[in-house]
Structure formats: C-alpha cells, structure tokens
Design a protein around this ligand. Structure first.
Ligand code: TYD
Ligand code: MG
Length: 448
C-alpha cells in the first residue's frame, strides 16, 4: 500500500506544504513547519475549489452605495462572494463597512452587521453620527460565529458584515480567537456560508503590527476579493486598493476622504497628492504617474547637498533607490552633472509609492533643478523613462497623462518624443525629447 504523503503545517501562518523545509514557503518564517495531525486534510479545499467553478453572475451584482468602491470590486458586490477588507486599526474599516451596510439595507436587502469589537449602542451611535437611517440593518454585538450565521439565516440577510475576523470564533475549534487556526477556520466557514446561501460576505481584518502574519494575509487565498485600506499617517485621504479579485481587475483604486460624516468618495483624485507650496522651489517638479488604472499628478522633490561624510548618501521615499542611483550615473555621463560629491534625497509627496518607470525623467530634471538652485516653472509637468545610454523612452498611456495634466491646468509638458500625440492638446505645450541633455534644456526653457 502506498504511504500517504504527510502534510506539513506552519505554526505561524498556517500554510501547508507537502515537503518539510527549513523555511515556510508562504510567508518565510523559519523552523515553523511541523507534521500535520494524521487525517487532517485542509478543511478549506472543498469550499475554495467550489468557488473557482462558479461563474460570476454579472446581473446579480448589487451596489455598495459607493460608486468608486463598486468600480474597484469590478462593478458591485457579487452574491455568494467573500470580500476581505484589510488595514491598520483606526484607518476607517468599520466606518466604511457600516456605510456600505446601511446603503445596501436602504436598497431593500437584508443586512446583518456583526461586530465583535463594539456594542450595539456604539454601532448605533456611529450610524447616527454618520447620518445613516439603518432601516433593515440588523446590528449584533456577537463573537460566536455560529450565532452570527444563525442570525444571518434567520434574517435572510443578503449581506453579512463581520467586523472583525480577529474577534470571532467557532466554539467547536479548540483555539483562541485571533490565532491563525481560528482565523482560517472562521473564514472557511464564512466562505461555505456565502457559497451555500448565496449571501455576500464582507470581512474586516486588522493588519497587525508584526508584519501582518496573523492578520489578513493568511486569509487572502480563501476569499474572492481582497481590499486594502491605505493611508499616509496624518492624512485624511484613504485609498482602497484591490489586491485580489476573482470578479474584476486588481490594483484598481478608490479614493476616500475621512470627514465628520464618515468616508466621502473623492471623484476626481488625480491631484489630491498635489498640495504644493505657493512659492515654487528648486528641486520640485510635478509628474504624471499612473496607479490603479488612472493618471495621478504628484509632486516629486529632490534635494542635492554637498556631501558631509565619507560616502555620499542616496535616500529615496516612494521611489526605488537603486533606480535613483542608476539615474545619477546617467546624469553624470550624459548630461555632465556629476553628483559624486553630493548627498541626494528624493521624495514623492503625499506618501505615494511609484512603481513604474515614468518618474525617471522628472527625477533627473528635479535633481538638476536642485543642483543648479534653479526653480522650474510651476506650470510644468514631466514623465518618461530614461535608459542607460541617456535616451528618453516612451511610457504607456502617454496621451491620457497629457490630457490629465491639461485638465489640471498645466501649460508645459516635457515628455518622451514617442509620447507626443499627433493631435495637439489644447492649452498644453508639449515638448518631446529623445535625450536627457535635450530634456534638461526643454525643462528650463521659459514657456511660450
Ligand atoms: P474606524 O472605522 O473605527 O477604523 P477601523 O475600523 O479601521 O479600526 O475609524 C476610526 C477613526 O475614524 C477614528 O479615529 C475616528 C475617525 N472617524 C472620523 O473622523 N469621522 C467619522 O465620521 C467616523 C465614524 C470616524
Ligand atoms: Mg473597527
């Protein structure tokens, strides 16, 4: 008789492997794998594979009451699907899902909002503060998942919100709430409930300080849609990003602003990161980047300073520091601006991370501006990739970026020559460049 393959389970993240390894292949924990109890097969496998088979029923989708959020999840909530909303404590997860719950309930669908974190009074107070009517919305302060599911069945809920997954537990599972075992078993149970009852489920997951191990990440593979709430500390703006979506595109973004009356959608977010000082300063430039399928205008700042100690420093916020080093070499070799004796700092204002290469050209211009202590025109934007031979290469969606810049009132754009559109963009002088040296000349030339 063939020996059954033993299964190894990571005690930190709960991930499974068929082979013993020193390091867990899921989240990289060391010496955490041990053989699973015999006969224990993943309880979640059946539920998870059943959901791969189900085609998304487009017509059945319903609105969350928030246009931007609907767009991010692919056109509204899919009945029978499970959505996980992750984010730091206090970022606004409960606020958003309470708003969604109230909107869905107002649309005539039964909604159960189960909170293991707040009392019903607290939820009601928050709902009143948010100006939500709450008709048809059943709130429950409950941590027993069986009781929550019982209530959802009894009320024939079409949407169940569980806030948060870290506070609920299944009494039949002998593990503490918030631990990996409970998290996984509760989520698997919610997935089964969603699939069998065709109920949409939204789960809140706090991202824990310790790198999110016992947090939402271990649940990502169980659910259909994963959204993360992001924010810059101190900012009232919030970004909701889809990092996984079985029923739509990933990396779509929705922008919200936290106000006294809860989260408000920002319909025209392309310039929210663009809070510039009234006086233009050397080293500052606006670039058009793309994130979440849309153009965004952001300010990039560079500071070049005489080196103070032995080795020059290269520090970048929101940008890849290795790419910055490469750009410094290009600047030295192809534009005659050497920064070997200088400390170099680069920063994307507003806490955004730019993952594409369109910041190359604006970064070079900003560096030159700081080095020469020469201000760039405040009506100038730029974007473009730069190659090692000093060539300026086109980036995707050039025309869309140019149109967004024009819409936001910019007058001059320095862009890769191959991104210059055939038809002019009204009110925008487009200066196409093919070489780095040419780009610097074009950026500092007066408008007109
Ligand atoms: P919350 O939704 O409770 O965060 P999470 O569930 O992610 O932990 O949001 C809490 C923060 O939001 C809190 O600091 C207060 C603030 N807030 C507002 O500014 N306006 C509001 O209308 C509400 C409800 C909360
Ligand atoms: Mg909360």
């Amino acid at each position: 008789m063939p020996r059954a393959n033993p299964l190894f389970v990571c005690r930190v993240c709960g991930g499974e492997t068929l082979k013993w390894q020193g390091q867990c292949p899921h989240y990289g924990e060391w010496n955490s794998l041990s053989p699973a109890a015999s006969g224990r097969r993943p309880a979640i496998a059946a539920a998870a594979s059943a959901l791969h088979d189900a085609p998304p029923p487009e017509a059945a989708r319903f609105s969350t009451g928030h246009t931007e959020l609907d767009r991010v999840i692919g056109g509204g909530m899919v009945p029978g699907s499970v959505l996980l909303l992750g984010g730091d404590p206090g970022i606004g997860k409960s606020t958003l899902l309470l708003q969604v719950a109230a909107a869905v309930a107002a649309g005539g669908r039964g909604v159960v909002y189960a909170s293991g974190e707040e009392s019903v009074t607290q939820v009601a107070l928050r709902a009143r503060r948010l100006g939500l009517a709450g008709d048809g919305l059943v709130a429950a302060a409950e941590t027993d998942l069986d009781a929550i599911l019982g209530l959802a069945r009894e009320r024939e809920a079409r949407l169940l919100v569980v806030d948060s997954i870290q506070t609920v537990q299944l009494p039949s599972v002998a593990a503490s709430p918030g631990g990996v075992t409970q998290l996984r078993e509760c989520t698997a149970q919610l997935v089964r409930f969603a699939k069998t009852g065709d109920v949409a489920v939204m789960i809140v997951g706090h991202v824990t300080k310790e790198g999110a191990i016992a947090g939402p990440r271990v649940l990502e593979h169980l659910v259909d849609t994963v959204l993360y709430f992001e924010s810059d500390t101190g900012s009232r703006f919030r970004i909701v990003r889809a990092t996984k979506n079985r029923f739509g595109a990933v990396n779509e973004l929705a922008f919200f602003a936290m106000s006294d009356q809860g989260l408000k959608e920002v319909r025209n977010p392309s310039a929210i990161f663009l809070a510039r000082a009234p006086e233009a300063a050397p080293g500052s430039i606006v670039l058009v980047t793309r994130d979440g399928g849309r153009p965004l205008l952001v300010e990039l700042q560079a500071l070049v300073d005489r080196m103070r100690h032995g080795t020059p420093r290269r520090i970048a916020q929101g940008l890849d520091v290795n790419r910055l080093a490469m750009l410094l070499a290009v600047l030295s070799r192809h534009a005659g601006l050497s920064l070997q004796e200088h400390d170099v700092f680069a920063n994307v204002v507003g806490g955004l991370e730019i993952a594409e290469t369109a910041w190359d050209l604006p970064a070079l211009i900003a560096l030159a501006s700081s080095l020469r202590d020469q201000v760039l025109p405040s009506s100038l934007v730029a974007f473009g990739e730069v190659g090692l031979t000093g060539e300026v290469r086109p980036v995707a969606y050039g025309e869309e970026r140019l149109r967004e810049a024009q819409k936001q009132g910019f007058r001059t754009a320095v862009v890769p020559r191959d991104n210059v559109p055939r038809k002019p963009v009204e009110g925008l002088e487009i200066r196409g460049v093919a070489r780095v040296s040419e780009a610097l000349e074009a950026a500092f030339r007066k408008p007109g």
